[in-house]
Write a protein that binds this ligand. Structure first.
Ligand code: CO
Length: 471
């Protein structure tokens, strides 16, 4: 291989965000993470993902921590490594679309507090829902990475991915991520996809996958050979299962090849030694479910994310209708088609799954529709890649219903001033208005807790064991 050009593969480390979000419901505390930051900073990672996704909500709700404070501590500790966050397009880190002024201000403050790379995605891959965040990241001189929610289906041909990648380049993104949240991207398909994307755009391509279906490290191998620039991994104690492939394994795989990372394996071992007791503790307390550590091949068979399968099981159990499991599984792809064949990722996975359960249990399709099904069919989430099933749309919304075809956020008035008015009395820093904007109720409870702590009133231990998040 001596005549082959050296092209070290870049590694993005997820242990401080996705890995613990996927395995232990985002419950790692700042206190648990800070002591190892110094060593992690010496590895030579392309970036460390440490913020955004569900960490913001979990910090406030379960850990009683200020997420902004956590970010500033990471920034202090990581002197040489870029910090990365995950951002849900117009939904920021929350569960509803926000007005553009909130989106832009959130990006501005994220960067001001230490973020270098913002990975932005939308559950429908409607790029209009990403434009405000991308432009704001550009304005703040942060790296704007657009992530495509990867999925399978008639609409998702190689041509589709190539076409959308070109549009991402045109919209001002600095890099592209293939975000395979369900572990559906198999090795040889990854090879085809990465080659096609590298030909279509000059942007760096990053691949993000989950180990859920068991193929992820082979997928990375083929993707790297096909020219991918960055892969996302987690240090071994929080790797595999519903998390990412292990950092040490990928580093060793490429040693002595043109893709050699040059990372110090003994330094990685020290980092793994640090996290292992945290994992053991999570296993002992039940926070880490051994079920999440195995291979879930059903995710490939039914082409639905593992987390969605377990949601369906528990929804059916609640209704005493577990015998309808396979009927519901067969209904899921039909509902998905009716709703324009969206990728199945939060929140579209919940919308499709719940409607499929309704359709089966009611004995008549769309006899009852959820509010979210109505919203998606009226265009409130944005445009889907395929058209809606018109008969279904009419049945759910009626003949005369108004359909939104514009960018949904165009209908939202600026809301920052109103929000500021509502939370002014709690504010101790500018960032608090953004915390409040995302989760008004949880934020207010946190603000009260914070004040009480400052006046030395004992509110007891934070509840860190309950509640969970989708992968
Ligand atoms: Co992920």
């Amino acid at each position: 291989m001596a005549d082959i050009e050296k092209k070290p593969i870049k590694i993005m480390e997820t242990i401080l965000r996705d890995a613990h979000q996927s395995l232990i419901a985002t419950r790692m505390t700042t206190e648990q993470m800070l002591p190892i930051v110094d060593k992690m900073d010496k590895v030579g990672y392309h970036a460390v993902e440490c913020w955004g996704g569900a960490t913001f909500d979990a910090s406030l709700r379960f850990l009683k921590e200020d997420p902004w404070e956590r970010l500033r501590k990471f920034r202090d500790g990581f002197k040489n490594t870029k910090l990365q966050m995950l951002f849900r397009g117009q939904n920021i880190l929350g569960y509803r679309p926000y007005a553009d002024d909130v989106v832009s201000y959130f990006v501005q403050k994220s960067v001001a507090n230490g973020i270098d790379i913002i990975r932005i995605f939308d559950c429908l891959n409607d790029l209009r829902n990403l434009q405000t965040a991308v432009s704001a990241a550009n304005a703040e001189k942060a790296e704007a990475q657009v992530a495509l929610s990867y999925t399978l289906g008639d609409a998702y041909t190689l041509e589709y991915w190539v076409e959308i990648a070109k549009r991402i380049e045109d919209m001002g993104a600095d890099s592209i991520c293939i975000k395979d949240m369900a572990g559906l991207l198999v090795p040889y398909e990854a090879s085809r996809l990465i080659k096609a994307l590298k030909e279509a755009t000059s942007l760096p391509i990053e691949l993000h996958t989950h180990y859920t279906s068991g193929v992820a490290s082979m997928t990375y191998l083929k993707a790297v050979e096909a020219g991918v620039d960055v892969i996302d991994t987690a240090v071994s104690p929080f790797a595999l299962g519903t998390s990412q492939p292990a950092t040490e394994v990928m580093v060793e795989t490429f040693r002595g090849t043109p893709y050699d990372t040059g990372f110090d394996q003994s330094l990685l071992a020290e980092i793994a030694d640090y996290f292992r007791p945290i994992r053991d503790e999570a296993l002992a307390s039940g926070l880490l479910n051994p079920k999440n550590m195995g291979v879930d091949i059903k995710t490939l068979m039914y082409q639905v994310p593992g987390g969605m399968l377990s949601n369906l099981t528990s929804q059916l159990k609640e209704q005493n209708a577990e015998d309808k499991y396979y009927d519901v599984l067969a209904e899921v792809p039909r509902v998905r088609k009716d709703l324009g064949e969206p990728p199945l990722v939060t929140p579209s996975s919940q919308i499709v799954g719940t409607q499929a359960v309704f359709n089966v249990l009611m004995g008549e399709r769309y006899k009852m529709a959820t509010k979210e099904t109505k919203d998606i069919l009226s265009g409130k989430y944005g445009a889907t890649v395929k058209p809606f099933n018109e008969d279904v749309r009419k049945k759910v919304l009626g003949e005369e219903a108004e359909i939104i075809t514009c960018r949904p956020a165009d209908l939202l008035e600026d809301e920052l001033d109103t929000l500021r008015g509502e939370c002014e009395k709690w504010m101790q820093q500018e960032e608090d208005v953004l915390t409040y904007a995302l989760f008004p109720q949880v934020a207010t409870e946190f603000f009260k807790y914070r004040e009480a702590q400052q006046t030395k009133v004992d509110y007891g231990e934070a509840d860190v064991k309950h509640g969970s998040y989708p992968v």
